[in-house]
Design a protein around this ligand. Structure first.
Ligand SMILES: [Zn+2]
Length: 126
């Protein structure tokens, strides 16, 4: 799953009312099952990085340094290792268990997920 989608979902679920540390840990851990689902991934990591940092900036600007921001950061953090020059990935879902790669036609599913998360945050985010 793209890091932007992990960030959006983490931010949205950060709005459920858990304290910031719980939101952060919950979403760092929940990154795992989301990566197992067959999905399309951006091949150009820098594009996903730009969108992820933009999303995190928006979460911080709109909702402050609370659970929404920490949920988004927790969702994104495991993918940070994709930016590192390491051969063997450390996060468990980034190895052989990673979900099957789907073609670009499945990008719309993540776009829908991101839009739904933004709509949820617009309604319930604080
Ligand atoms: Zn990942």
């Amino acid at each position: 799953m793209t890091t932007t989608a992990h960030t959006a979902l983490g931010g949205a679920l950060g709005a459920l009312g858990l304290p910031s540390p719980a939101s952060f840990v919950l979403w760092a851990v929940s990154h795992y099952p989301l990566d197992l689902i067959p999905h399309w991934d951006l091949k150009r990591t820098w594009i996903d990085t730009v969108f992820t940092f933009g999303s995190l900036g928006a979460l911080f600007f709109l909702f402050g340094p609370g659970p929404v921001f920490w949920g988004g950061l927790g969702g994104a953090l495991p993918d940070l290792e994709h930016l590192l020059p390491i051969r063997r990935k450390l996060y468990p879902s980034h190895g052989p268990r990673h979900g099957r790669a789907l073609p670009f036609s499945h990008a719309a599913e993540q776009l829908v997920l991101i839009v739904l998360c933004a709509a949820f945050l617009a309604r319930y985010g604080r």
